[in-house]
Design a protein around this ligand. Structure first.
Ligand code: AMP
Length: 259
């Protein structure tokens, strides 16, 4: 009887040691993987800035970059829409500018962005979609990246205006997973339903034609100087956005050089 009890204690001790060893190696493998991903993303990319007119496909390309390289996308439009949805004081103030197709003032925009960029997942790099949109924003971004030692890769996705109008009026969005579609160029498999989760697609309120014209005018007036600012410093990388999203993604990938 005693021999059986001793044997049983030995077996449970062996099992305990084996399970503990597995748990420890699993945890450290996870930590190693996580460190590797962050280090890889940080060393490889720094910060990717996607510039281009509204509708040029910046969100779609950001989504592909984040999936491929495990660095977060910071879309200032999404950040603002989230504040509007939650009815925060900042969101309530930003809403009227967004509905009119105008830029949200920096006094509202910058604190929202800085708060997001201070989160640990942004430490080693991120993708910026929709920022900077003015010369002042480009200068404050330069200062921030210098402080943090993160070099930016600046891409300009270029699309002819006639195509942009179709891209914007035809754009539909899944409110659940944020996946984007276009009824002319990239329709969902089933009419008006998200391919990934079957949610009915919606049109953004600022994708209506009058607002679109205003947004394109705002882009010409406010964001053109940003493009000239980066071009003048030889930091702007041009990407042809007038081709299918896969080809645009391949072009960006081929032009991403280590910082
Ligand atoms: P987007 O989704 O990038 O097209 O942005 C939608 C709207 O959010 C814009 O029309 C602006 O009203 C506002 N917005 C987004 N990013 C910025 C920014 N960097 N500065 C000011 N307003 C912005």
């Amino acid at each position: 009887m005693r021999a059986m009890q001793t044997e049983s204690r030995k077996v449970s001790r062996r099992r305990f040691l084996k399970e503990t060893a597995l748990a420890v190696s699993g945890a450290s493998a996870f930590a190693h993987l996580r460190r590797g991903l962050l280090r890889g993303a940080g060393n490889e990319f720094g910060v990717v800035v996607l510039l281009g007119p509204p509708g040029a496909g910046k969100s779609e390309q950001s989504r592909r970059l984040t999936e491929r390289h495990s660095i977060p996308v910071i879309s200032t439009g999404d950040l603002l829409r989230d504040h509007v949805r939650r009815g925060t004081p900042l969101g309530l103030q930003a809403d009227s500018y967004m509905k009119a197709g105008q830029l949200v003032p920096d006094s509202l925009m910058n604190p929202i962005l800085e708060d997001r960029l201070s989160q640990p997942e942004c430490e080693r790099g991120f993708i910026l979609d929709g920022y900077p949109r003015t010369l002042a924003q480009a200068e404050s971004l330069d200062a921030l990246l210098k402080r943090r030692g993160l070099p930016p890769h600046i891409f300009l996705i270029e699309v002819p205006t006639e195509r942009l109008l179709k891209l914007l009026t035809g754009r539909r969005l899944c409110p659940r997973c944020n996946r984007t579609y276009n009824i002319y160029f990239q329709p969902p498999k089933k009419e008006n339903l998200c391919d990934a989760d079957g949610t009915p697609l919606v049109q953004r309120p600022d994708d209506k034609e009058e607002v679109i014209r205003q947004r394109l005018e705002t882009y010409q007036k406010e964001t053109q100087p940003v493009i000239e600012y980066y071009a003048g410093q030889g930091r702007l990388v041009h990407v042809n956005g007038d081709q299918p999203p896969d080809k645009v993604a391949a072009e960006i990938e081929s032009k991403l050089t280590p910082p």
